[in-house]
Ligand binder design. Structure first.
Ligand SMILES: [Fe+2]
Length: 389
């Protein structure tokens, strides 16, 4: 148990309620520990904290347009171990996978649980546990060691988020109880059904199946004379699970802009996965309607934009990733900041997947070729809105 130095104190001109009733003409910044769960201070500034005019050195906000990743094997299937590595650290691998049709081999990740977020495409997942129909917006947790393959009806694209040497869990939903956000009964598991049995090798027939096993991030191939997805049944409390991002019912308050942690969907030991989904804007006249400026000082933040209009970002489109390492303050872009107190519409319509990592992330080789180098300058013009208007 951590015994924080608890010192709630008000100094100078300040609001007494975070994210509401800001002193006239000010911009609020949250300085916080432990990813919105630790000690924090809200500071009221006369300039937007993103109003920099120059930036030098290796630390900077980054943006990657994954739509630019060439689909080198267009028209053919490509296994997940050829996915482009975008970001990684010792606890996490964050990759973007484009494929089409049926995978040429089974995959098995011996390095950790895999979370697959299907950005585009629909089809079938076959794994040790059976068959599951899958579609865009699905989160699929594949426990470490599961043998699996996909058969998509056409092209598909997915984020692959590996919890290296770790397991995915559901967050503690605290005051709102276990059925909020999504009910655990919404989790689907694969079934031993006719489609699953139809892909099994008939007794007496020989057909070659390969399993590409990833361990220590190196791939080994094991070949069988039959399809090893040959189970006739199973029982237990370990299985892949699926929930679709459309089935998430977000927490919100009409009087208080909730922090991203309210939108936690899955977590592992050293990172969290949060889902931003459509919700009404706050209606209290004094409440902030856009994310507050903040430095989430203990975490590197990554957001993948799946669908919709990303209300806090300018010039960010579906299929893009923003990466905000710890160490600087970020917040709404200038156009979004205009709606700080008066939103332009009644509700957000964005779908996005956020990963907040406790350890510093490295940028992968394949991310560099997609980078928008001008992203660091995208907050230019932050000075224009007046908070009191
Ligand atoms: Fe953030």
């Amino acid at each position: 148990m951590k015994h924080w130095i608890a010192l709630p104190r008000i100094e100078g001109v300040a609001s007494r309620q975070a994210h509401a009733d800001l002193p006239e003409g000010t911009f609020e910044r949250e300085l916080g520990k432990e990813g919105f769960f630790g000690p924090a201070t809200h500071m009221y500034h006369t300039h937007p904290p993103t109003g920099w005019i120059a930036w030098d050195g290796p630390l900077r906000p980054r943006a990657f347009d994954l739509n630019k990743l060439p689909n080198k094997l267009s028209g053919t299937a490509e296994g997940p171990w050829k996915a482009a590595e975008i970001l990684h650290n010792q606890a996490l691998r964050y990759r973007f996978w484009r494929t089409e049709g049926a995978m040429p081999a089974l995959a098995r990740n011996a390095d950790g649980d895999e979370l697959l977020f299907l950005h585009e495409g629909q089809g079938a997942l076959y794994c040790d546990y059976g068959h599951l129909a899958i579609r865009d917006g699905d989160y699929i947790v594949l426990p470490r060691g599961t043998m699996w393959r996909t058969e998509f009806d056409g092209p598909a694209a997915a984020l692959l988020i590996e919890a290296t040497n770790d397991s995915y869990r559901l967050p503690d939903k605290g005051l709102v109880g276990p059925h909020a956000i999504f009910d655990p009964a919404m989790l689907d598991a694969p079934a031993i059904d006719d489609a699953f049995r139809a892909q099994q090798t008939p007794q007496g027939k020989v057909e070659e199946w390969r399993v590409e096993i990833k361990r220590r991030n190196l791939v080994s191939t094991v070949t069988y004379p039959f399809n090893p997805l040959d189970a006739v049944g199973w029982h237990g409390n370990l299985a892949p699970v699926r929930v679709n991002i459309r089935d998430i019912r977000p927490l919100m308050s009409h009087r208080y802009h909730l922090p991203p942690s309210a939108h936690t969907t899955f977590l592992a030991g050293r990172f969290v996965v949060c889902s931003f989904v459509p919700r009404p804007f706050e209606t209290d006249p004094g409440a902030l309607k856009v994310p507050f400026f903040h430095n989430n000082d203990d975490f590197d933040e990554v957001i993948f934009y799946h669908r919709g209009d990303f209300f806090s970002r300018d010039n960010i489109d579906r299929g893009m990733v923003t990466f905000h390492p710890a160490g600087f303050t970020h917040g709404p872009h200038p156009k979004a900041l205009q709606g700080m107190l008066k939103p332009r519409k009644a509700e957000t319509d964005e779908y996005a997947v956020m990963v907040d990592a406790r350890d510093a992330l490295e940028v992968g080789d394949r991310a560099a070729e997609t980078e928008n180098a001008a992203y660091v300058d995208s907050w230019r013009g932050s000075e224009s809105p007046k908070a009191a208007e």
